[in-house]
Design a protein around this ligand. Structure first.
Ligand SMILES: [Zn+2]
Length: 511
């Protein structure tokens, strides 16, 4: 089976922040997990580079738009490797291949009779690159997102007949209740459609930084349609000499933030219907990670104090590694909901879960094999009850990730991490080691622990890939396929020693 997952493409004028990292990490977990299941995976991210705000920003800086986007796009392209993101391609909407394909698809929409010429007049926010309804503009005509003055714009446009797709979109939501996930976002999309759809501008004619309209070169396509089509166009040129469209289209998951819900759950499926293209299977809408500006309480750990109050993802990656950030983002706020994040909570989870629960489990298990069995895992049958409980995590995680429940899946894994820690306490290998008559029991306990640790590490790989690879390297068992993730006798032989997986970082002393 093929599995195609996308992030939003990032607006090239923005400075990368936690929100960008968040959607990249989420999509990466899904992509990595599906590869472990043996699926044929394609994972796309990239930058959104056209539109009036980019043209205006370039003008202010005395650059051409091309110079501006060439300067800014690497900020996002370089973010992916910093976060250990396994994207297969990075699309830039200024790529000529993308632009040609946008023209081809939208010409088809035009030929299919879903486009007409008219005059648009309305309230426009240059920063959103979006027109606002009278209700959104309100009496003071401010952008509800930016709180800046809206501009009254009037221009000759081509319109996309969105209103004609109202019934088709409602039918889609009836037939595919998981087209938009989670449920409260589905309801939001449904309410928007039911409130009545108006036709939308497909083109702009007051500036030129965009994809030229093939049937009228005085116009460029409205940046949202150009941007949305990245998901489709990328497949046609991501791999030199091969068109991947038939292999991967349609996507299994578009991962997006709640601020772009309307475009992805209304405009986008309507546009695909108009072009006669198959629709994506799911649009998963995640929430926002919220930060208080200041005022953390006195319980701040020393570690978090030196990091300041605002959670800076780049500082975390520098001090603790990408895995710590990846774990925290998926763990502390249920994926799909809004939630608060802070350096204090990061510090708590880093220490209690990554360093203590998981890091210590790995360290002490490996240390005991070295202390009691000279570094060779005894080929004993694992404890069957424990093995059954641990091995069930594979099916649990697969089932949860089919619904993109990234936090639930992490919780299912953590229950097993804690189960293994309890098993150490219950079995007390240090007591068994004192009694030669109980050597077989000690063999069984050590084989169970190491076998269980391996299974847990394998399923955890999508969240903290670099750490897991280090651990599996020490176990001399680098395979990541979920098929082989079972607690089995004789699975492991000689193992190496292991430095702490999540050491206390060396931070600058608190001033
Ligand atoms: Zn705005």
């Amino acid at each position: 089976m093929s599995f195609y997952v996308t992030t939003p493409i990032y607006y090239v004028n923005a400075a990368p922040h936690l929100g960008h990292a968040y959607s990249m990490i989420a999509a990466d977990v899904l992509a990595r997990h599906m590869r472990q299941r043996g699926e044929d995976v394609f994972f796309l991210t990239g930058t959104d580079e056209h539109g009036e705000p980019v043209a205006l920003a370039a003008e202010r800086e005395g650059l051409t738009p091309r110079e501006l986007v060439d300067r800014n796009a690497p900020r996002f392209k370089d973010l992916a490797p910093k976060l250990n993101i396994s994207n297969d391609f990075f699309i830039r909407t200024s790529d000529p291949e993308h632009m040609a394909k946008v023209q081809e698809v939208l010409a088809r929409v035009h030929e299919n009779g879903h486009v007409y010429e008219g005059v648009y007049e309305g309230w426009y926010c240059p920063r959103c690159a979006d027109f606002k309804t009278e209700a959104e503009a309100g009496e003071d005509h401010l952008c509800p997102i930016h709180r800046t003055a809206l501009v009254r714009e009037k221009e000759d446009n081509y319109f996309f007949r969105l209103s004609a797709f109202q019934d088709d979109l409602l039918e889609l939501l009836d037939e595919q209740p998981d087209f938009v996930m989670p449920k409260h976002r589905y309801n939001e999309a449904r309410t928007f459609i039911e409130s009545g759809l108006q036709d939308v501008s497909l083109t702009r004619s007051t500036f030129t930084w965009g994809v030229p309209v093939p049937w009228d070169p005085d116009h460029v396509f409205y940046v949202w349609f150009d941007a949305l089509l990245n998901y489709y166009t990328a497949l046609s040129y991501a791999k030199p000499g091969e068109d991947l469209t038939d292999r991967f289209w349609p996507p299994q998951f578009h991962v997006i933030g709640k601020d772009i819900l309307k475009f992805h759950t209304v405009f986008w499926p309507a546009m695909l219907m108009a072009a006669g293209l198959p629709l994506p299977r799911h649009v998963f809408v995640h929430g926002f990670l919220l930060m208080r500006d200041s005022g953390e309480d006195a319980e701040l750990l020393k570690m978090s104090k030196s990091m300041g109050n605002v959670l800076d993802p780049f500082q975390i990656v520098e001090d603790f590694g990408a895995d710590a950030l990846r774990y925290y983002c998926m763990r502390d706020v249920s994926f799909g909901q809004d939630g608060e994040v802070s350096t204090a909570r990061f510090a708590v989870l880093y220490e209690s879960e990554l360093a203590n629960d998981f890091g210590n489990l790995a360290s002490r298990t490996i240390a005991m094999v070295h202390r009691y069995r000279g570094g060779t895992v005894p080929p004993a049958e694992p404890d069957p009850d424990l093995a059954a409980e641990i091995d069930a995590v594979v099916a649990d995680v697969s089932e949860l990730l089919d619904r993109a429940d990234l936090t639930g899946a992490l919780d299912a894994i953590w229950q097993r991490v804690r189960r293994l820690n309890r098993y150490v306490e219950e079995q007390a290998p240090w007591v068994l080691a004192r009694d030669d008559a109980r050597a077989a029991d000690l063999d069984r306990v050590l084989a169970s622990l190491i076998g269980g640790l391996r299974v847990v590490a394998v399923v955890l790989h999508p969240w903290i890939p670099a750490t897991v690879e280090r651990l599996l390297g020490a176990l001399d068992a680098p395979e990541l396929a979920l098929e082989g993730a079972r607690t089995q006798a004789g699975r492991l032989g000689r193992i190496a020693k292991l430095e702490p997986l999540f050491p206390k970082p060396q931070l600058d002393p608190v001033a």
